[in-house]
Design a protein around this ligand. Sequence first.
Ligand code: NA7
Length: 568
Amino acid sequence: MTATEAERAHVSDSVREYDVIIIGAGAAGLHAIYRLRGQGLNTICLEAGDGVGGTWYWNRYPGARVDIESVEYSYTFSEELQQEWEWPERYSAQPELMRYFNHVADRFDLRRSIEFNSRVATAHFNESEDRWDVETTDGRRFSAQYLVMATGFLSAPNQPKFPGQDSFRGKTYHTAYWPAEGVDFSGQRVGIIGTGSSAVQAIPIIAQQAKHLTVFQRTPNFSVPLRNGPLSKEFEAKVKANYPEWRRMEREESFTGMIWINERPEGMVTKLTTETTPEEREAMYEDRWKNGGICFYNIYPDTFTDPVANGYLAEFMRNKIREKVNDPEVAELLCPKDYPVLTKRLCADTNYYETYNRDNVTLVDIRGKEVGLNEKGVAVDGEGYELDAVIFATGFDALTGALTRIDLRGIDGRSLNDHWSEGARTAYGLMIAGFPNLFLINGPGSPTPLFQPVLLGEEQGNWFGDWISYMAENGYTRIDAAPETEDQWVQRCTDVINATLFPKARSWYMGANIPGKPSMGLVDFGGIWNYRKYCTDLLPDGFPGFTLSNGAQQAGRAEMHAGAATAA
Ligand code: NA7
């Protein structure tokens, strides 16, 4: 036995027991610790990194910045925290977000419940105990009645293997695994593959530093100006004076969890494009363009369903690109033309399009072409680009990747990968049938990618806290979603998304950015108010469509409580 195996065996002798294991110490996991430990549950959080912050811990690439207003992309659970925290900018950069999450971890004494450097390898449901057995990659073992997956929806990087990649003599980087010490590209010929949000943020900054930057674009994205800047004291004071009401509006009256447009709170737009004059809708588009950021998601609702309505906005945005980019050929290459606007995640940038006016930046269209690496750089259909460094800004196996990369096994040892072989299936985005006592935060089938995730993560954490209390008070040890509840929820999400233009884009919302991944709507697009009602009603209605049981009855698998799903 090697030393490592001996150490592993020694560590593996003991299993540490908890009420709850939370996986992930990002925004959602930190709140889950606060909430679940706060109600007296013996809680541990296992985090792969050596610090808190999740997505923001890993994504340290140049220009990494949240594109939701920081007064909104922040916790609501503590009014004191909301009032006291001062955001220096409208949209926080990665280091500022890290300062915030570290502050929260310290202020609420969360670190003592987190075990860092703990990547979970396996999680198996122990049917005789109604508990989850969890093991980390280095062999530490844990057990808990409940397993909360706060694993993030953009946390499993997509790393396509390009032909010849290993022969490249220069350096390679992935935006989601950026070196903590940063990278100095001065004097270098740099290539970047991918033009999603990460690249759109990184490109203008790297272009200022590198000798030459070559951007390899497969699909152009729509991007709007972020218009970041210092957060004005007046705006901050106005928000803080009205936080409770405006947070209520975010939760209940907005489609996205975001309400700020040009420093005024705005409820959801309900008017249709077809009810507007050209002047009126241009004014609306310009208003949002002036605000900056991704507030375009609060727009005439038929923009998401009617190709003609969508086309007006798409053409507005293409014209903005044409205004910004000097070379008409480059401008046309940057204009998305074969999918509806908003159906791939809108990007928000600072000088992205303007960067293509620089002499040291080249855009290379790689769509439909053979892309590979060789020892000198990147080759596109045999044409070589000599480079010192290549950056992969190729995104994530979104929503499901962080879950399927763990060996998760439920009832009868069934693996999650088997269960999801034809696509991700959940009940309300909260549970997976046959995986009892496992709770998802910001999971597939929830509104998350189109709803402000810190806010929804808090709500879901709170629901699970209430459920666990209910279970304990009523002597239940197991909760599971009935298969038909899952069927109905999947059908509902599918029906809703199929009534929109989303399936027309190869996006991560549809699981279509990963080769071989089943393409389907991974998002509940049916309105946050409906979603919240379904989820908040579950407990008072006695968990229709779920099975609650306790260990004694479980031997005969009798069901103490089952009902028909009502969601769909
Ligand atoms: P995205 O938005 O998924 O972007 C990934 C980019 O990488 C996109 O342009 C892809 O082109 C491109 N890509 C991926 N695989 C390949 C291969 N094999 N060859 C060439 N190009 C490829 O990820 P980001 O990290 O930028 O942003 C993720 C989210 O973070 C974003 O949506 C915001 O919510 C924040 P494609 O479009 O697939 O043709």
